[in-house]
Design a protein around this ligand. Structure first.
Ligand code: SAM
Length: 339
């Protein structure tokens, strides 16, 4: 096992397969125009599979495909099958906005994908139109049903924003229950891309629990074996469970075993990190697996990042980047780093 300076293992890798997205969620991609990663810089399936293989040889056993919108990457089931062939990948998951999921759920299952998380911030099509600039709410709901039908364990991710959707928490719990899914409420984060972020819009874990307790009664924490999981899980009196990812008000940097590989092969050790490590260049320059393993392990051993905790320590908290900063380097965007 490789541990960083704070004794955190290299455990989980989020692989962004594209920086493109078919939604424009106002907390992630609010602009009209973006600077995209150059096409020739995007890793091929073979390059991704090779890099993931090196990461798993160093201890990674959880891999999540993300983006951008991962289902926009042509032929994602083929990449899924290539990764599923790696016996060290114990947990292969996908995070998607669900718009294209109905079409691909069965082939992803067949390819060996293990789990699916669908982002769903609202049950109201008109609200989604405003929040994500799309009319495809029905497609997302169909995608959720298709994923369930294909046999995937299912989670729903809801970013909770004051004045936008905090009145839908109960409805989302009930929707998740009806679809045999588990909802995870995510605190609004001041990540790259969230240029309209402000502290007042954050609905904290405490508030989320209060809203749900007022409707359901006493809520009890569920202790899970996975200390590195970002969501804290809770149980309602009727047995239904849900999670809260309190990255903004109660960050979990101390147990964070996650790192991120962008679609162009830049490796980020923290969602908030200023810079990433270029793995594409050595891959394309002919580095051996051993060279790459050495680069990755020596970098991880030096890791001290605690980005979310440092943000929490700021006296005054404003968005991480302004638009000009994001345009200057698209690697700062959440949709490039992969959520
Ligand atoms: N397109 C896919 C999706 O929608 O799930 C995958 C990429 S998206 C960047 C991954 C996750 O990041 C989504 O669940 C999204 O809601 C979350 N996210 C993006 N910006 C966020 C923010 N400012 N605060 C909290 N979560 C955010």
């Amino acid at each position: 096992m490789i541990a960083d300076r704070l004794q955190r293992p290299l455990g989980s890798l989020r692989v962004s397969v594209t920086d493109r997205c078919n939604l424009r969620c106002r907390y992630c991609m609010p602009e009209q125009e973006y600077v995209w990663l150059p096409k020739q810089s995007i890793l091929t399936f073979e390059e991704i599979t090779r890099l993931v293989g090196i990461f798993t040889s160093l201890g990674v056993d959880k891999v999540r495909l993300t983006g951008g919108e991962p289902l926009l990457r042509h032929d994602l089931p083929t990449l899924t099958a290539m990764l599923a062939r790696n016996p060290d990948v114990r947990d292969l998951a996908l995070t998607t906005n669900g718009v294209l999921l109905a079409k691909h759920a069965a082939s992803l299952k067949q390819a060996g994908l293990g789990r699916v998380t669908v982002s769903l911030d609202t049950l109201r099509p008109d609200r989604m139109r405003e929040l994500a600039r799309t009319d495809r709410h029905a497609d997302v709901v169909e995608g959720i049903a298709a994923a369930r039908g294909a046999g995937f364990p299912l989670k729903l991710n809801t970013v909770v924003i004051r004045g936008v959707n905090e009145d839908e928490l109960v409805d989302l719990i009930e929707f998740a229950r009806a679809h045999k899914a588990e909802v995870r409420f995510i605190e609004y984060m001041d990540v790259g891309g969230a240029t309209g972020w402000s502290a007042e819009q954050v609905v904290s874990q405490r508030e989320i629990l209060d809203i749900l307790a007022a409707r359901y009664g006493t809520i009890t924490p569920v202790t899970s074996g996975d200390v590195s999981a970002p969501a804290e899980r809770f149980q309602l009196p009727d047995g239904a469970t849900f999670g809260i990812v309190a990255s903004t008000t109660a960050p979990f940097c101390r147990s964070c075993d996650r790192s991120r590989l962008t679609a162009d092969g830049t490796w980020f050790l923290c969602l908030y990190a200023e810079r990433g490590i270029d793995l594409r260049e050595p891959v394309r320059a002919g580095a051996t697996d051993r060279d790459l393993a050495e680069l990755i392990s020596s970098t991880w051993r030096q890791r001290t990042d605690r980005g979310a905790e440092q943000r929490l320590g700021l006296a005054e908290r404003t968005p991480l980047y302004q638009v000009e900063g994001l345009r200057a380097d698209p690697h700062r965007e959440m949709h490039t780093r992969g959520g």
